[in-house]
Design a protein around this ligand. Structure first.
Ligand SMILES: C[S@@+](CC[C@H](N)C(=O)[O-])C[C@H]1O[C@@H](n2cnc3c(N)ncnc32)[C@H](O)[C@@H]1O
Length: 409
């Protein structure tokens, strides 16, 4: 008889095979494969733990596979072994479940090989863990060498290692009470110090409270950009890279509604979800428009806004613990390309400010090139602009997601 939970392992292997094609985010694949196999909530949780675990520790898992088996492996067998080793060594799932159910996820022709490697892993587990001390930090914490070297140069060795450890720690869930909804009697979490309105969730995700818009899931680091912009009722605000609308909602809450908010995004498909999010959160509807800000703004927007938020596309290096794909998808030259795109967005948005208006530039990156250096270079080209202030969050210092925001007037 097949082991009870082998379909979760099969789902993990199929999701990993699909991930390797490079088109989908890990979260999307979890949803799709959990639905396809009609997994229960508990099994979906296990699928997520395995998939995130494999993606977070991929480099170390491959090192262990190399220690436990000589010779080439086809990509599917390698993924099955990654799934097995992740359960045995990283997630510490009991051996009988981890081995038997993973073996059954493989085709008949590779089951004996998988069984042999996983049994060897069980007997060598202690030694494999002890040997970690002698491995280079980027391998121990499964990050690409270029990223580790970049962070070591920017923040020093200890901080770079702490950063990689942080990226491998499953993220806590935070939420914000919706100031536009009825106050809640029983708040399902504990307040976050220094971030009014934000709570750390205790217990399971309160789906009904999310569906009714009384709370919404958001990391405290996201508040910095909108705090700096400080939108006031009656002002007309542009959120230029707005989808899916997390910050658009914070702006609408500060304005009292989304009535005077214009939300644009270059990705047409993402705007309907933004509108749904605003409505669910009792903010009404914003004016939305598809616009690529690497191109000049329409004349009708020139001089039209009291405040502009540019929450630009970035490398996402501040949110790698949530976006497990990023470290493997991002390549060193991408940062330079992003910096160029961000600069074009800044230049094209600037004429849309009213005289004396405020512009906030923000990222969820921790790379100086995309943050302060970008802003300084922009200001150098526009001596009439003034940097009023910046806020940044670094995971190893602030214990939140990494982010950066600058207020320019
Ligand atoms: C960091 S996300 C924005 C997150 C959003 N502000 C929030 O809080 O939910 C960046 C957004 O910029 C959009 N984007 C990327 N390039 C763009 C461009 N050239 N012009 C306008 N939007 C762009 C992406 O589609 C994405 O939705």
């Amino acid at each position: 008889m097949p082991a009870k939970n082998f379909h979760v392992r099969q789902a993990a292997v199929s999701a990993l095979r699909a991930w390797a094609k490079g088109h989908d985010y890990a979260e999307t694949l979890i949803d799709r494969h959990a639905q396809r196999r009609m997994l229960s909530a508990a099994d979906r949780g296990l699928l997520q733990a395995i998939l995130f675990g494999v993606l977070r520790h991929r480099r170390l898992l491959d090192h262990w596979i190399g220690k436990l088996r000589d010779g080439k492996l086809d990509p599917e067998t390698r993924d099955i072994l990654r799934v097995g080793l992740c359960q045995l060594i990283i997630l510490q799932i009991p051996e009988h479940a981890a081995v038997n159910e993973t073996v059954e996820a493989g085709k008949a022709s590779v089951r004996s090989l998988i069984n042999a490697v996983l049994r060897r892993a069980v007997s060598s587990r202690k030694r494999l863990l002890e040997e970690i001390e002698d491995l280079p930090p980027a391998m121990v914490h499964s990050h690409p060498d270029w990223l580790y070297k970049r962070w070591r140069a920017s923040f020093g060795k200890n901080a770079a290692i702490e950063l990689m450890e942080w990226d491998n720690t499953p993220a806590q869930v935070f939420f914000r009470l919706n100031p536009l909804a009825e106050p809640l009697e029983n708040i399902p979490g504990s307040p976050v110090e220094g971030a009014p309105g934000f709570y750390q969730l205790s217990g399971p995700i309160p789906t009904p409270l999310i569906a009714s818009g009384q709370i919404y899931i958001q990391d405290p680091a996201t508040r910095h950009a909108v705090d700096l912009l400080a939108p006031k009722p009656g002002e007309r605000i542009l959120d230029a890279c707005a989808a899916p609308g997390g910050k658009a909602f914070l702006i609408a809450a500060a304005l009292g509604s989304a009535e005077n908010l214009v939300c644009t995004d270059s990705n047409e498909k993402r705007l309907p979800r933004l509108q749904q999010n605003l409505e669910r959160l009792h903010a009404g509807t914003a004016e939305t428009s598809v616009h690529d800000w690497t191109k000049p703004a329409p004349e009708s927007w020139h001089g039209a806004f009291d405040g502009i938020l540019l929450d630009v596309p970035c490398s996402n290096t501040g949110v790698i613990r949530r976006r497990v794909d990023v470290r493997w998808r991002l390549q060193a030259p991408d940062i330079e390309k992003l910096v160029n795109t961000q600069r074009k967005i800044l230049e094209n948005a600037l004429p849309c400010l009213k005289p004396g208006g405020r512009l906030v530039y923000s990222t969820c990156s921790i790379e100086a090139q995309e943050n302060l250096e970008q802003v300084e270079s922009f200001l150098a080209a526009h001596p009439d602009l003034k940097l009023i202030g910046t806020r940044d969050a670094l995971p190893f210092r602030d214990h939140t997601d990494g982010s950066f925001a600058a207020l320019i007037q």
